[in-house]
Write a protein that binds this ligand. Structure first.
Ligand code: ADP
Ligand code: ASP
Ligand code: MG
Length: 451
């Protein structure tokens, strides 16, 4: 049953970047007595630094330098807090452990070690934010999310184990929340053997939604640096407008197709449990934000435009494909065997083009020589990069008259490589050259939302 008095608040990297930003978040929590659980990201920049450490070959002094940059971000906050002894001690021991992890000899070759290192960002920020809440009169306690956020052992892209998360959260988290406001870490989890895992970049939104699901929360708040979900990324065009409401399906499509404001999987738990999701700005909470709900008042044909960058398009071609049964299956079996997942597909009689899901741009690395060699045994393979995927998200797009012509006429001057339309009523996607994508999104935005 839904716990109508339970709100979960997630604060992203810029929201916990420094003490000033944290103070604003603390006021948001203090002003809403229903917020019993707070999920935080690492302070802005910290995870990027940790990724640098875990994925580049650095000299000893370069490692020291990056560690120093991370420490500076956190110590700046500690200093602004007046360096309370207990907090300073805890932070210091985390930093020591982080350093040890950063110098691990096998770091570059083992994903489990990478995840262990990446976890320090959220562990440090949550510690600091707990203190900021206390200073704002909130009875807050830091909680290690790895006690409850059980995942599989696919390091760097771990999948949550829903039943176990629910059971563990009810057992360990809920009782704590009755007494105090709990501050915990987004992005990280632990597998069955207790090894630290991560949910993929931007995963803190997903953590908040998963915990909201496990605890039957009424609302999951995503506090970030924009006043809601916009008609398109406000960094692409200043004409983008915040949307007062969105449906779960629309938001899921947007997240999946590149709207960075929500991690791609965030809407899944919300959809399963009908949890309302609010997206707003921690800097300007008074400006309101976007409510993502099951049933919206309106279902416009066009709601938003998203862009997903750096797509990899693979075209496989064989003259034998004509009438050749099982060709597609053969291709996709090889792709799946190499842990790649196909995203968009178009087919013709002699060729199939597909794009590959490209989380954190890992495809270039994964689409290795081995995969290609196996494919080349029975077909010609062409790999093309430098493409972005542009998606228009809306409603009843496959059945409403004039939708496709309106979209296509506004981008008629550009070369569209793959067009996917009709399989889903909520989107229409096409692949375009990366040099054109900004102009295309702007042009589409003008045509669909500014006239
Ligand atoms: P956080 O650190 O709070 O998780 P992110 O940087 O992950 O924040 O996400 C917020 C950013 O998402 C915004 O600054 C914005 O540039 C980007 N963004 C992309 N698409 C959209 C959209 N449709 N609406 C709002 N923001 C978007
Ligand atoms: N700190 C992690 C990242 O930067 C997770 C998040 O911010 O959501 O990817
Ligand atoms: Mg994010």
């Amino acid at each position: 049953m839904k716990n109508v008095n339970l709100h979960i608040a997630k604060f992203g990297g810029t929201s916990v970047a420094d003490l000033e930003a944290m103070q604003k978040c603390a006021k948001i929590v203090a002003n809403d007595p229903a917020t019993r659980l707070v999920v935080v990201s690492a302070s802005a920049g910290v995870t990027n630094h940790l990724v640098t450490l875990s994925s580049s070959l650095l000299t000893h002094s370069q490692i020291e330098e990056v560690l120093q940059q991370i420490s500076n971000i956190q110590l700046h906050i500690l200093h602004a807090l007046g360096e309370p002894a207990e907090l300073a001690e805890k932070l210091d021991s985390l930093m020591l452990a982080m350093k040890e992890q950063a110098f691990h000899e096998e770091l570059l070759h083992r994903d489990d070690l990478k995840d262990a290192l990446l976890s320090f960002g959220e562990r440090m920020s949550s510690l600091l934010f707990t203190e900021v809440l206390r200073l704002n009169g909130v009875n807050a306690e830091n909680f290690d999310v790895r006690k409850v956020l059980r995942t599989d052992s696919v390091f760097t892209e771990a999948a949550p184990q829903l039943e176990q998360i629910e059971q563990l959260a009810k057992q360990f988290l809920l009782p704590e929340m009755a007494q105090k406001v709990i501050v915990t870490q987004g992005f990280i989890g632990a597998d069955e053997q207790g090894r630290t895992t991560t949910l993929g970049r931007g995963g803190s939104d997903f953590t908040a939604a998963l915990l909201a699901e496990a605890l039957n929360a009424d609302v999951c708040q995503i506090w970030t640096d924009v006043v809601g979900v916009y008609t398109t990324d406000p960094r692409i065009t200043s004409a983008a407008k915040p949307l007062p409401e969105l449906s779960f399906e629309e938001a899921a499509e947007m997240a999946n197709f590149g709207a960075k404001v929500l991690h791609p999987a965030t809407m899944e738990p919300a959809l399963r449990k009908n949890i309302r999701v609010f997206v707003g700005s921690s800097k300007e909470p008074e400006k309101g934000g976007t409510w993502i709900v099951r049933d919206c008042e309106q279902e416009p044909p066009y709601r938003a435009i998203t862009r997903r960058k750096q797509q990899v398009m693979v075209t496989v071609k064989t003259p034998k494909m004509m009438h050749a049964q099982g060709f597609l299956q053969q291709v996709f079996t090889i792709i799946a065997a190499h842990n790649l997942s196909v995203d968009l597909v178009t087919t013709s009689e002699i060729a199939v083009s597909f794009t590959l899901d490209n989380p954190a741009n890992s495809v270039a690395e994964k689409l290795n020589r081995e995969t290609l060699e196996e494919l080349k045994l029975f077909c010609d393979v062409v790999i093309e990069r430098d493409y972005d995927l542009v998606t228009v998200v809306g409603n009843n797009m496959h059945s409403a008259a004039g939708v496709s012509s309106k979209i296509f006429s506004s981008v008629r001057d550009y070369n569209l490589r793959m067009i996917c339309y009709g399989a889903n009523p909520h989107n229409m996607s096409f692949l375009v050259h990366q040099d054109d994508s900004t102009e295309i999104v702007k042009e589409l935005h003008r045509c669909l939302f500014e006239s």
